[in-house]
Design a binder for this molecule. Structure first.
Ligand SMILES: NC(=O)C1=CN([C@@H]2O[C@H](COP(=O)(O)OP(=O)(O)OC[C@H]3O[C@@H](n4cnc5c(N)ncnc54)[C@H](O)[C@@H]3O)[C@@H](O)[C@H]2O)C=CC1
Ligand SMILES: CC(=O)C(C)=O
Length: 238
């Protein structure tokens, strides 16, 4: 399987018995993560369509098959709408939405030939369900992923391929830590569990969608957020 770096997804799939290939623009961390799971690392910029195509071909040539894609790459810089430049918009949409398309398109083509595949996208609660000041472009990219997923599920259902998404809430990754202490503290307070998620929480959801047994689930998403999106009453969090 190819997965675009997330420690939790890598670890959970490795534990479940998958041979893991990590593709990331960050060579140092990606290489290290692949060694931890006796996997393989490939340097990849998901915005580069030709490289995405070459990488999938290389995997098929070397491994003979390509069963699972976890399209997880994403950035979440914060910028308010009136300060948002065209460059800000394009960068986030290029990596999160076009990058997801670039790698997923090639994976679907390869999986169709074999008549089997599991594609798992990492979307978010932000955009499809909630809003966050500064994340309008990000939210648009994450909602866009789900729009893509539903049509892709229809196009590939008859080829034994499912495509589903995970919608994480707040998961303690390097990217989330970079939002700063105030963000982390404030967010903990609005999650009913009073905890941020662990990367492995996303990994277990990925294992579920990646399994052979979930063949009858496609075009769906699962929220993994410790109940963050649930409260409706003012004192809903105890
Ligand atoms: N951490 C969280 O609370 C949440 C994360 N997500 C999503 O989960 C995914 C992973 O996020 P995190 O692990 O938190 O972020 P992170 O910042 O810790 O990791 C993102 C990874 O993407 C890689 N990357 C960036 N640009 C790339 C490119 N052009 N080509 C290839 N790789 C590239 C980075 O090198 C890094 O390894 C993202 O899609 C994010 O939107 C969704 C909801 C919540
Ligand atoms: C980054 C993101 O999507 C969050 C924290 O919901």
């Amino acid at each position: 399987m190819l997965y675009l770096r997330s420690r939790g997804i890598v670890e959970a799939l490795y534990q479940a018995g998958a041979f893991v290939i990590i593709a990331d623009i960050d060579e140092e961390n990606g290489q290290k993560a692949s060694e931890d799971v006796q996997g393989q690392f490939i340097k990849l910029d998901v915005t580069d369509q030709l490289t995405c195509k070459a990488i999938i071909k290389e995997i098929i040539d070397e491994q003979g098959k390509f069963d699972i894609l976890c399209s997880n790459t994403g950035i979440f810089p914060q910028v308010m709408i009136e300060d948002m430049t065209e460059e800000d918009w394009d960068k986030t949409l290029n990596i999160n939405l076009k990058g997801m398309f670039n790698i997923t398109q090639q994976a679907l083509i390869a999986m169709k030939e074999k008549g089997y595949g599991r594609v798992i996208l990492t979307s978010s609660v932000t955009g499809p369900i909630t809003g966050y000041r500064g994340w309008a472009h990000y939210g648009a990219s994450k909602a866009g992923q789900l729009g893509f997923m539903r049509s892709a599920a229809l196009e590939y259902a008859k080829y034994g391929i499912t495509i589903n998404a995970i919608q994480p809430g707040n998961i303690l990754t390097a990217g989330l830590k970079a939002q700063g202490e105030d963000y982390l503290k404030g967010t903990k307070a609005i999650v009913p569990t009073h905890e941020l998620g662990e990367p492995i929480d996303i990994g277990y959801a990925a294992v579920f969608f990646a399994s052979k047994e979930t063949k009858y689930i496609t075009g769906q998403s699962i929220v993994v957020d410790g109940g963050q999106i649930l409260p409706e009453e003012p004192n809903g969090i105890l």
